[in-house]
Design a protein around this ligand. Structure first.
Ligand code: FAD
Length: 471
């Protein structure tokens, strides 16, 4: 099947890109592995699950209604495992593999979670902060009965308030940031009063439940025999390194921990577009023009996958990329494009201060990585420890692909999405810079898919047997 534009990802960025391009007259196919549009922030609840009203549920519902009323060809429940050519997308869904081709492709694949490892982080009962939002939003399930919420950034408050709402107890919030960091961010956060008020609402709920908030504290270790039983929290300094002070030990059955997000830029990386390392944006991101065009003609990127800037920016940048694709395809002339682009461009300009302040709160703290004990597992798919990564450097590994060859780090089912950023930071500390160590080369499958789904129904007798080679 062919169309004018393929959009990959139906979060705030991709869904708005698809809508803008479709409204301008393009034939658009929109893929997402989720059963519904909304992405991470406006994730739809599981079918039949009633959710209480919230601004996120309202925004998600409105987006899904706009898509349902549009001409966008929505292919949800499809895992895109391969992109190539100029441009061909392969996705596995309920009817097996399907292929769509188009002269233009927008990558809006969002972000992945970052957890800086600590002893015990792979125990059952320890879950990512962002993953906990999925559990809370999709299933209304608390990640434990008594839970520590730890890490940095706004998801701390989102998750703690969500656990309280679902009847769980939050034993403590351990925030790597200090009150002075939040106060310093206040002027930037006040540029978005609606979001600031939402944050204040969560803070009030947390305060009313008398949850202890430990500023400038990090997780020293998670402990337990078969599953998590206790969490050790210790003070940290402004850089994220452990500092002098009393340790606190809390008996819990859940730990939600996260240290920001990493852009999911595998699609643009697969096409080897120009990219650069930007710590504030979460790592390596594609270089874009102001409308979302990459260095490869016909390929666009927007949303958190193009650099972390949050949902508000994702919405506007998505719309802009969709309009740019429509303009480049000849569906919008220059003046129609400029006038349609004015609103999302203004929204992007307004969102800058807020999104930068949030991104700074969630940025990786190199001192925290430096404090990881040597025998701590970094790549949990392949059981590779910090000591093994550093030994690989001693044996000659100088970039991420060499590290992969030496240790198998990044070769498991997550393909380095979870461990890659921290492994790169560890190697960069030895080699000199993140630019020098680069990234793992992106390769299909972009997401794990079952071979049986790709092959479909077949009979062994249909497989042609080549004639034996002459001796
Ligand atoms: C797990 C998680 C939870 C988060 N929770 C929150 C939250 O509660 N509040 C908040 O403000 N921010 C949250 N964020 C940050 C949030 O993702 C962004 O601010 C915002 O949603 C970015 O929008 P986006 O459209 O760029 O990406 P997303 O909303 O992440 O949308 C990307 C979409 O691409 C799809 N996709 C990616 N790869 C493939 C593939 N190969 N095949 C098919 N589909 C694919 C995904 O299923 C997803 O729906 C969360 C991030 C993560 C990673």
């Amino acid at each position: 099947m062919t169309c004018d534009l393929i959009v990959l990802g139906a979060g705030p960025a991709g869904a708005n890109a698809a809508l803008a391009a479709s409204e301008a007259g393009l034939k658009v196919v929109l893929f997402d592995q989720q059963p519904e549009a909304g992405g991470q922030v406006w994730r739809a609840p599981s079918p039949g699950l009633a959710v209480p009203p919230s601004p996120e549920a309202e925004s998600g519902g409105a987006l899904r209604a706009r898509l349902a009323a549009s001409a966008v060809d929505r292919r949800f429940g499809r895992t895109v495992w391969s992109v190539g050519g100029r441009f061909r997308v392969d996705a596995v869904g309920p009817a097996g593999n399907e292929t769509v081709e188009a002269p233009r492709l927008i990558a809006a694949t969002g972000a992945h979670e970052r957890v800086v490892p600590f002893p015990g982080w792979t125990l059952p009962g320890v879950i990512g902060l962002a993953a906990a939002t999925v559990l809370l939003k999709s299933h209304r399930a608390s990640p434990g009965r008594r839970v520590v919420v730890a890490g940095c950034g706004p998801l701390l408050a989102v998750v703690a308030a969500g656990i309280l709402k679902e009847g769980g107890t939050v034993a403590a919030i351990a925030d790597l940031s200090g009150p002075q960091d939040w106060l310093g961010a206040l002027p930037a956060l006040s540029t978005q009063p609606r979001l600031l008020a939402r944050g204040a609402g969560w803070a009030l709920k947390i305060g009313a439940a008398r949850v202890p908030v430990l500023f400038r504290h990090g997780v020293r270790a998670a402990e337990g025999e078969e599953a998590l039983a206790r969490v050790r929290l210790a003070p940290v300094d402004a850089a994220g390194a452990f500092a002098a002070g009393a340790e606190r030990v809390l008996e819990v059955d859940g730990l939600c921990v996260g240290h920001g997000l990493v852009p999911g830029a595998e699609v643009t990386r697969l096409f080897r577009v120009e990219q650069g390392f930007d710590r504030r944006r979460g790592g390596f991101v594609p270089r874009l023009d102001e409308d979302g065009r990459t260095s490869l003609h016909g390929l666009y990127a927007c949303g958190d996958g193009a650099g972390l800037r949050g949902a508000m920016v994702a919405e506007a940048a998505g719309r802009l990329a969709g309009l740019a694709a429509a303009h480049d395809a000849g569906a919008l002339d220059a003046s129609a494009f400029q006038s349609a682009a004015a609103t999302p461009r203004a929204a992007l300009a307004r969102a800058h201060a807020f999104s930068d302040a949030m991104a700074d709160m969630m940025a990786l703290r190199p001192a925290q990585v430096a404090a990881i004990p040597p025998d701590t597992v970094i790549c949990r798919c392949e059981d590779v420890t910090r000591a093994e990564i550093e030994a690989a450097h001693g044996d000659g590994a100088r970039d991420m692909n060499q590290l992969k060859h030496f240790t198998r780090c990044g070769m498991g089912p997550c393909q380095g999405r979870f461990c890659g950023d921290v492994a790169a930071e560890l190697l960069a500390a030895k080699v000199g810079s993140r630019e020098a160590v680069g990234t793992f080369t992106a390769r299909p499958p972009l997401r794990p898919v079952a071979l049986a789904d790709l092959l479909g129904a077949f009979d062994y007798s249909d497989i042609p047997i080549p004639a034996p080679a002459p001796l």
